[in-house]
Write a protein that binds this ligand. Structure first.
Ligand SMILES: Cc1cc2nc3c(=O)[nH]c(=O)nc-3n(C[C@H](O)[C@H](O)[C@H](O)COP(=O)(O)O)c2cc1C
Length: 206
């Protein structure tokens, strides 16, 4: 028997659970805050998320279906990213509950908001890092045949960066000390990044 499991996703994976999220992970979590045009604050985690470019600094995340975060960003053109660390893991999880657009999810998840500096949007006051973003594009995803998916990639330029100085050591952000939480494969799986996960490797061109 071939020792490699091969499948074409269109035909099903043939396993008890879809392995792709477990393989393409652990992933950073974009804990995205936004505000509706009428001023209601919103907060929700998105792990179909990544940094896409550094010059200019651009991040993006995918909304599977039209959610409040997407609707708010369409309306206001701004959002903020908040770094999730172990201390905020439960609050981040609570903020993923489906809530009506009229509900302030900072209040629901007992999280203290603070105003952003550049954009008109709330951020998580005591997250070690907040990134203020302006909308660049909302792109509806499609499959390789061009059939539209019920998924939207929201791309934003980082226009303001807040860093808690407690995590700046010799001017460098200390990723290992922050206790960053990553989304892993199956329903309840997460990782916390600690110093034991770190190793060094220079690029051949360095
Ligand atoms: C760790 C985590 C990661 C998530 N990632 C995504 C994601 O990438 N895309 C998505 O559409 N929903 C994702 N969700 C679910 C949303 O957070 C959830 O649907 C939430 O209610 C959306 O809130 P909103 O309607 O206020 O935007 C995730 C949930 C959790 C707990």
């Amino acid at each position: 028997m071939d020792n490699r499991h091969f499948y074409e996703p269109r035909g099903g994976h043939g396993l008890p659970r879809d392995p792709l999220r477990a393989i393409l992970g652990p992933r950073p979590i974009g804990w995205i805050s936004s505000r509706s045009a009428s001023g209601i604050a919103n907060l929700a985690p998105y792990s179909f998320f990544s940094m896409l470019c550094d010059k200019p600094p651009i991040i993006g995340f995918s909304s599977i279906g039209e959610k409040d975060t997407l609707a708010n960003i369409r309306e206001t053109g701004v959002f903020a990213y908040n770094l999730v660390t172990r201390r905020h893991a439960d609050a981040m999880n609570r903020s993923s509950s489906p809530a009506a657009p009229a509900v302030n999810e900072f209040e629901e998840a007992s999280i203290k908001p603070a105003p952003c500096t550049i954009v008109d949007c709330p951020r998580v006051a005591d997250a070690p890092v907040n990134l203020e973003c302006r909308l660049v594009d909302i792109h509806q995803l499609s499959d390789a045949t061009g059939t539209p998916a019920d998924a939207w990639l929201t791309i934003g330029e980082i226009v303001g960066v807040h860093i808690d100085r407690a995590f700046l050591h010799n001017g460098m952000f200390d990723t290992a000390a922050a206790g960053i939480v990553l989304r892993a494969g199956y329903a309840a799986d997460y990782f916390e990044v600690g110093p034991e996960a770190a190793f060094s490797m220079r690029r051949p061109t360095d």
